[in-house]
Design a protein around this ligand. Structure first.
Ligand code: APR
Length: 310
């Protein structure tokens, strides 16, 4: 194939993502990890599934970035996941160092690539990758909003007993407890859920969405990976196919929504050059306050990064 996507981190999210990318026949995949044998073994296993799954994507597993050369997109999932009782923010000291090191290697071999960050705490990790890469803002973005919105959509579909395909949802802000699910812009076949679901049930669904990651960590004792992999795959597909899809992603803001020099989840247009536009919607005072609260939380982590030697 003439399209190559590198996935760094061959753990739960990375390996599942490699599988999704290959099985959708979107691109060749290079899976990189520091642990010897793991990316090689998982790639070989995925390749051996290809005749049955009917795709011709090449999948290479490696510990050496040489094989990642000239990737169109690099998706970084390297780092440690949460354990029960941990917040995403607790991962910052370990994952910042990993993110900086990985980004340096990625940039060396794929200077024209688009970076999609998955490791947590997401918005802060986007800052690390943005600074370490020196890439323009359209080529560095984070996966969070699609995942949070997908969780919101799944809960809406369950509540109303309708197809998930009929649901749309919007979640703005940082990928943390302060995220801002927006019921007003969440619909079932174009009908706002505020017309379909009583307010107390909407509140419960919003709350479950905010805690969607923690709910899974509690059950699994590690963090979620099927839905995160699906969300990252949707971003890669939109870019590879130049779909101009409007999706909520962590983007570097320079004045949009009143925020500066900050990565936060907003609706963007994703196409061949990465983030092609940030879509600004008019928010109510209450929504604005919730977004400002979320931005403050991200700013706090960004400030913390400045004090750290990683
Ligand atoms: N370079 C490459 N790979 C690395 C590095 C590094 N410097 N450091 C760690 N890794 C690899 C680990 O060896 C492991 O295989 O990253 C992988 C992480 O996989 P898991 O532990 O299974 O974690 P996962 O569930 O995939 O989550 C990864 O994504 O969703 C976020 O919060 C999650 O930050 C976490 C990340």
């Amino acid at each position: 194939m003439d399209r190559k996507v590198t996935v760094v981190g061959a753990g739960n999210v990375g390996a599942t993502l490699a599988q999704r990318l290959a099985e959708k026949d979107l691109c060749d995949v290079v899976l990189v990890d520091i642990v010897e044998g793991v990316p090689q073994g998982k790639s070989l296993d995925l390749l051996e599934a290809a005749p049955v799954e009917k795709h011709d994507a090449k999948i290479i597993g490696t510990n050496d970035y040489e094989a990642t050369r000239d990737s169109n997109i690099v998706i970084i999932t390297a780092g440690v996941p949460r354990k029960p009782g941990m917040s995403r923010d607790d991962l910052i000291s370990t994952n910042a160092g990993i993110m900086k090191k990985v980004t340096g290697q990625v940039v060396k071999y794929s200077p024209d690539s688009i970076l999609i960050i998955v490791s947590n705490p997401l918005d802060a990790m986007c800052h690390v990758a943005y600074e370490a890469s020196g890439f323009p803002k359209n080529r560095v973005m984070g996966m969070a909003g699609i995942l949070d919105s997908a969780r919101f959509r799944a809960f809406i579909a369950m509540e109303l007993n309708v197809s998930v395909e009929n649901t749309h949802a919007f979640v703005l802000g940082g990928h943390g407890d302060t995220m801002v699910p927006l019921p007003r812009f969440s619909t079932v076949s174009g009908i706002p859920i505020t017309e379909l679901i009583p307010q107390d049930r909407i509140d419960a669904i919003v709350d479950r969405t905010r805690n969607g990651g923690a709910e899974i960590v509690k059950l699994l004792t590690t963090s979620a990976y099927y839905a995160p992999a699906s969300a990252a795959c949707e971003m890669a597909e939109a870019i590879l196919k130049d779909k101009k899809k409007i999706l909520p992603c962590a983007a570097y803001l320079e004045g949009e929504y009143g925020f500066n020099d900050l990565f936060i989840g907003v609706p963007v247009k994703l196409g061949a050059s990465g983030i092609e536009d940030v879509i600004e919607i008019t928010l109510t005072d209450e929504e604005k306050a919730a977004l400002a609260n979320s931005a403050n939380a991200v700013q706090g982590l960004k400030d913390l990064l400045k004090t750290m030697d990683y």
